[in-house]
Design a protein around this ligand. Structure first.
Ligand code: NAD
Length: 261
């Protein structure tokens, strides 16, 4: 049977791929035969470790240490790496600082300082703008492809404790829809994947005590938190030609945390 998720001949970039969801996406892309996987993370040692795991799966793993909030740096390193790899077909904007609705330590928005907003907007919104700006011209030149933005249910339904994060993720989702309209003629599809709680190294400590986990799971139709593979399965589908007639959409991977029509 034909493998509809086959990524042979494709070059992919995943931001924030040094751990968690992004790392799983990098490994799954390699397993599906990606020619090269550009592994971005601002922790250089994480990018290198995951690039080595990618290489062990038979794909070319290219570590791309860099901060997605820095446009000049993204233009430089993505341009150079894509040139070396022979183009760019898939871009996953995954880098983000994940928050959880159970985090009540932060002050409410109306008591927050302007300086706190930059943390959320920087990576979750400006990071997506920067990397998209750097990657899209190369994707167009490479004959088209798929851009996937990893957002959050906080951006779709709002989270009281995560107001600015919600705004940043909603912004990235709006950007996806606008880009999808502009990029259709260039054969670049753009979609968003909206996650609820996924067990990653950043989230695990927030759910380490049993009562926090129990409280959290009350909000989920499927009574478990997600695993990185739950997210990666959807991202892989959207990156592959199996989704070639899908663009401008948001797909929730959330165990039923929120529902939609
Ligand atoms: N885990 C969750 O529960 C959850 C829920 C909803 C949405 N999300 C979203 O999913 C994505 C992945 O989440 P995760 O839990 O795997 O994250 P994570 O914190 O486990 O890993 C993120 C990686 O991105 C890197 N990174 C952070 N800022 C960066 C920057 N400015 N430039 C380059 N690299 C940077 C970090 O070094 C880290 O290795 C994020 O966009 C997050 O907002 C996660």
């Amino acid at each position: 049977m034909q493998n509809v998720l086959d990524l042979k001949g494709k070059v992919a970039l995943i931001t924030g791929a040094g751990q968690g969801v992004g790392r799983q996406v990098a490994l799954d892309f390699a397993s599906q035969g990606c020619t090269a996987v550009l592994v971005n993370d601002f922790h250089a040692e994480r990018a290198q470790a995951v690039a080595a795991e990618v290489a062990a799966l038979g794909s070319k793993g290219i570590p791309l240490a860099g901060d997605v909030t820095d446009l000049a740096q993204m233009l430089d390193i993505i341009g150079n790496a894509a040139r070396d790899a022979g183009g760019l077909h898939i871009c996953v904007n995954n880098a983000g600082n994940a928050g959880t609705s159970s985090d009540t330590s932060a002050p409410p928005f109306w008591e927050s300082d302007r300086s706190e907003w930059d943390k959320w907007l920087g990576t979750n919104l400006f990071g997506v703008l920067n990397v998209s700006r750097a990657a899209i011209p190369i994707m167009i030149k490479s004959g088209g492809g798929s851009l996937v933005n990893v957002i959050s249910d906080a951006g779709r339904v709002g989270e009281a404790a995560l107001a600015v994060y919600s705004a940043a993720k909603a912004g990235a989702s709006g950007l996806s829809r606008a880009l999808a309209k502009g990029l259709g003629p260039h054969l670049v599809r753009v979609n968003s994947v909206s996650l609820a709680t996924i067990m990653t190294p950043t989230i695990a400590p927030m759910l380490s005590d049993e009562s926090a986990m129990k409280k959290m799971l009350r909000h989920y139709i499927i009574r478990r938190v997600g695993q990185p593979s739950d997210a990666s399965n959807m991202i892989l589908f959207l990156a592959s030609d199996a989704s070639s007639w899908i663009t401008g959409q948001t797909f929730a991977v959330n165990g039923g945390y929120s529902t939609s029509q």
